[in-house]
Design a protein. Structure first.
Length: 143
C-alpha cells in the first residue's frame, strides 16, 4: 500500500511539473502576435520634401496586448526625419497584440517610408511579423 501511495504522489508531482512547464512555455516564450496593425500616414510635407526613411520603434506591451510605450530607436550614423518618427509613433499606439500573463513584453516595429513613380509599387504593405512599408507617389512641384 505504501508503494502504491508513493507511486501515486510521484506521478502526481510529475504531472503537475509537466503542466506547469507547458503553461510557462506558452506564456513566456511566445513572441507577441499582432492582432491589429496600423499603418502610418505618409505626411504630405514629407512627400513634398522627398523624405524617405526606415523608422524603428521600440514598443512595450501590457498583459491586455495594448501598447504602453513607443520610443524611436536611435540608429548610429543615421538621422531620421522627425515627422516620419511622429507618424510612426502615432500608428504604433493603435497596434494591438495578443493577451498574455506577462506585463513586460517588448518588440521593435519597423516602418519603411519610400517614394516610387511606379504605381504597382505604391500602397501599404504588411511584412509579418512587425514591419509595415508605406510607398507613396512623389508629388511633383511645378516651378
Amino acid at each position: 500500500m505504501a508503494k502504491r501511495t508513493t507511486l501515486g504522489f510521484i506521478l502526481l508531482f510529475l504531472l503537475a511539473a509537466f503542466v506547469s512547464a507547458q503553461t510557462q512555455n506558452v506564456v513566456d516564450s511566445a513572441e507577441p502576435k499582432v492582432l491589429k496593425a496600423v499603418a502610418p500616414t505618409y505626411p504630405e510635407v514629407a512627400i513634398l520634401a522627398r523624405q524617405v526613411s526606415t523608422i524603428e520603434i521600440d514598443v512595450a506591451i501590457n498583459s491586455e496586448g495594448s501598447v504602453t510605450k513607443a520610443v524611436p530607436k536611435a540608429i548610429a550614423n543615421r538621422i531620421t526625419p522627425k515627422i516620419l518618427q511622429l507618424a510612426s509613433i502615432s500608428a504604433t499606439r493603435r497596434w494591438k497584440f495578443n493577451e498574455s500573463k506577462s506585463e513586460k513584453r517588448k518588440v521593435s516595429l519597423i516602418f519603411v517610408f519610400r517614394l516610387s513613380d511606379n504605381i504597382t509599387e505604391q500602397g501599404i504593405f504588411f511584412n509579418p511579423p512587425y514591419e509595415i512599408e508605406v510607398v507613396s507617389k512623389p508629388i511633383k512641384v511645378k516651378p
